[in-house]
Design a protein around this ligand. Sequence first.
Ligand code: ARG
Ligand code: ZN
Length: 862
Amino acid sequence: MADAQTATQAPVVTRREDYREPDWRVPEIALDFDLDPAATRVHATLQVERNGSHDAPLRLAGDGLLALVVRVDGVVAEDWTMDGDDLVVPLSGAAHTIETEVEIAPERNTQLMGLYASGGILCTQCEAEGFRRITFFPDRPDVLSKYKVKMTADKARFPVLLANGDPIAQGDLDGGKHWAEWHDPFPKPSYLFAIVAGDLVANRGSFMTMSGREVQLGIWVRLPDLPKTDHALHALKLSMAWDEKVYGREYDLDVFNIVAVDDFNFGAMENKGLNVFNSRYILADPDTATDYDYDAIAAVVAHEYFHNWSGNRITCRDWFQLSLKEGFTVFRDQSFSADQGSAAVKRIEDVRGLRASQFPEDAGPLAHPVRPDEYIEISNFYTATIYNKGAEVIRMMATILGPEKFRAATDLYFDRFDGTAATCEDFVQSMEQGGGVDLTQFRRWYSQAGTPRVSATLTQEGGRARLTLRQVVPPTPGQPVKEPMVLPLKVKLFGAVTGRALCDEQLVLLKDESHEILFENLPETPVLSINRGFSAPVVVETNRTAKDLAFLSAHDDDPFARYEAMQQLMLDTLVTSVANGTGDHQAVIDAVRNTLTDANLDRAFIAEAVLLPSDSFIGDQMTVVEPEAIFRAREALRQDLGKALATEWRAAYEGSLANRFEYSPAAKGARRLKTVALGYIAASGAADADGLAFDQFRGADNMTDRQGAMTTLVNGASPLREEALEAFYTRYQGNGLVLDKWFQTQALSSREDTLDRVERLAAHPDFTLSNPNRARSLIGAFSVNQRAFHDVSGRGYRFVADQLIALDKLNPQTAAKLLPPLGRWKRFDEGRAAKMRAELERIVATPELSKDMFEQASKSLD
Ligand code: ARG
Ligand code: ZN
């Protein structure tokens, strides 16, 4: 196997500082595919040009390929060699035509990188290094080529043939075959190459660009899925209009196609003019998709579309610059989603996601900077740090510049680097020049890993108050000592008595280790509101009392800060209860009552604000995570909230019932609050709770309500839970995306027997490791279920390790992505830590382990 890596072999480390320009450029490439699932012939013709004066041979990357023939300027060459997987061709002149021919077997490609088969469709995934599994090529993002692609295939099995760019010609052949040719006029790196062949139909639309060009849009799926594509098509049109309005960016080809496939390693891929998507981010109708799914579809469609400028027109010089396109594009899709509904709720969701995935990554053995310095396998670096912390870094620059200057700076960036492979440094320089600011120290956000911690102490002296800020950036692997960062903190003071604002919001740039700010002429005792809107991705510790937090949760005029005050109040309460075995819940109860009954708040916000922090996030606040104690403390608080506010939860529940499904911000908010209220009613132990949940389950006209009710039942003790699970399974048999929810809901259950059930589910006939969504829905979900995964027996660890070892043989990328929870052993007691390490050691010692898994597991042992 090409990327097999045993623990005894020295891993090949790629370093950012070793970057050199390519020896050879490839301005043009023509590809000719004779497509067949068992044996596809790929004939490639490369126009190569020597880059500068050197005598290095042409080195073409391959991965598992065998050259059937190599021609140089039309003549069969004999002097080529293989260096490992690479094809090396000695060349004498400044420019040559190179032809190669290989044969590949898409139906045997279980890694889902390169050309593979999914449900009868042939499709490609090339980012980051999948193109070398299709043909020999300098497979690096700074080699930009114009592509001409011809595909020939059986017409009955593959009536639709798609590639990047524009369709040029097509025709029929003898023997039931046909062909199609596509040209992409925009030079692009190989990772953006794509072809698709299949029995597909399109939901078609069109979009008139701001300069008056009409673009033909198509969402391609298998016929039965066609009715589920309207939402994605609508989201695409909204995205195209949004990028024109907000960034002045217009689409540049005459066609834009999206194809949905069931087997996909991640969310979607921004191939030029031909996005390929995981079907879970395309297909939606009310019966099968939740509101969360609808929102995620719009966000991912937008994300991939926005890459056309932030990624394709301007690409990355090397993979260390990955956040240049991903951080910026996530920031763009987050802003887009914020503009579609409640910006406050969107910010809350994004911060919750950051805290659930990026903060733990930054605090663990796999912590790395937004611009990493080295990697063994680049696929391991498609992380929450590159994507989500990267987006926060862009957001901070946007905050520091302000909206007008940020737009001027992005205009400058797009103008200056269009058509090139750029770096994070290029982006920051554009921000500096377009915005007229100095970001010298700010650049540390790209080089230093770890989540900064800020302590903020407000002390009052008569009519004055002093705010003392201190920052610490914790050590991370390879970075024991850190320099202070630039932290943009939005700050405001409120009067503790009147609730009035005592000053305007200020943007404080904390640059030194410590800093003091004086507030004068304060008419009353101030309460501190800080990191409003989550202006910096940091942990803030304050000297605010429970009373201050309760006050802010009711009076702060920044919705995020209100949410945050409530979360902090809940967290403080829970951490104390875990330590003492019991806690005083009154302050939380009063604050939740206030929020729940505040007629000025919308339901979506209320639903977010009254949710308790997750088990894992509570654990993140502790020196040693105690899964059982955390679970008990959280359940006790849930129960008390359920009982004390029984009337209020009922009112919220009944006030949120709807007559029929509608997809609008208000209707989504009502559904969210309804199910959150149902959860608290169940937690209170109300006699009718299970019946209420089962009625919601049975009567639901949409998946949000149905899955919400099923989740409540699956966490509970009622026999109705088995009935609900069975009804759900029967109803959706054959619908893979919905069965994923069935597996996932059980894997996330808070019940004591979850581990047993998950082990049984792994043997269920519908469970398979070969579909990444299915693998993630069971293994991925289970390993973030803190209580079940960290079962003191260590069986949870063993189960996950067994599954990952098996999955690694099929699909190393997806396996390696699921490893990090096992690597968090330093956060647990000695007994658990030893058991987690033992599993990591077992993984590292597995024969023929992929380098993907080797990197993740071996780094996690350090
Ligand atoms: N660029 C894709 C996106 O839109 C993701 C590609 C992920 N590739 C990988 N090897 N993990 O975010
Ligand atoms: Zn992306």
